[in-house]
Design a protein around this ligand. Sequence first.
Ligand SMILES: CC(C)(COP(=O)(O)OP(=O)(O)OC[C@H]1O[C@@H](n2cnc3c(N)ncnc32)[C@H](O)[C@@H]1OP(=O)(O)O)[C@@H](O)C(=O)NCCC(=O)NCCSC(=O)Cc1ccccc1
Length: 328
Amino acid sequence: MYAQLVKSEGSKTRDEMTPEEIAFQKRIDRGERIEPKEWMPEGYRKTLIRQMGQHAHSEIVGQLPEGNWITRAPTLERKAILLAKVQDEAGHGLYLYSAAETLGISRDELLEQLHSGKMKYSSIFNYPTLTWADIGAVGWLVDGAAIMNQVPLQRTSYGPYARAMVRICKEESFHQRQGYDIMMKMASGTPEQKAMAQDALNRFWYPSLMMFGPSDKDSVHSAQSMAWKIKINTNDELRQKFVDQTVPQAKYLGLTVPDENLKWNEEKGGHDFSEPDWDEFFAVIAGNGPCNEERLGARVKAWDDGAWFRDGLMAHADKASARPHAAE
Ligand SMILES: CC(C)(COP(=O)(O)OP(=O)(O)OC[C@H]1O[C@@H](n2cnc3c(N)ncnc32)[C@H](O)[C@@H]1OP(=O)(O)O)[C@@H](O)C(=O)NCCC(=O)NCCSC(=O)Cc1ccccc1
């Protein structure tokens, strides 16, 4: 069915699987949920830690480009809405770290891997938010792409991840609407405001398409992750759905998607569109995007600055447990 997917490193054919692995795959094929204390292949556990960890880190790092605008939101109402949205992203990160911890890795280990550059976070957050219209574009396009990817993950095979996705998707759809609402205001405002909205769309269009990952022929994990139902769709399938959903929304705003090759293809029932610049994508995920240093630097600083607070909490917890009767 997915002839274009490359074989994932370490993936096994049925003949190479142990009886336990075959039984596990049968459970997945029947659509059963896998729960934390149940047996799972080591590769399944590691793949989930990688994907859920990257997802959690993206939510946390993803607060930075929007947090940048909280003090400069144009009205009190916009400020309150943006503040709530950024707090939601923190909450999503925390559910996802908790869900990842059920796989036997601690939150400290996950954060250490983020801070040392061993684990990734979404490429999109390495682009700057230069104007207020960018906050509209982030909500509309970035949250829109996030939802497109995450709605199918509500049916992912690992129970704690699938359940976390249900609440996260509800909140992300509010985020997407608040972004589109900002874009509607800007696009129907003064010519200068409309130009800002167009400029934000121009800069965020291709980075948003990159959020779905490399094209299927370069996606090293898709084949195995889909066999395990850790992923439900290929990267290209979701990218296509995102383009098809977003193009009419841009039209409604009176804005132009920055792609001369964009056109409806009746035969395939979807748009033809230009691929993002994959060299840029691979440079960004290798740490060389416009804001990688600033984003990671901000997270490491926040971690270091919070050391006194974590130490205080631990000291308090130690004292409380040394006095078992104190709380009675
Ligand atoms: C689709 C994909 C992202 C990638 O498919 P896979 O099968 O895992 O990989 P594949 O073989 O295709 O790629 C090969 C290599 O490329 C890496 N790579 C690929 N794409 C990216 C990328 N875009 N950025 C960075 N790295 C990327 C990939 O890790 C792998 O490298 P590795 O071997 O690990 O070193 C998948 O992990 C997924 O669905 N994750 C869950 C959703 C999720 O994480 N959402 C987060 C954003 S939503 C949000 O934050 C909400 C929000 C909104 C607004 C404000 C604040 C917050």
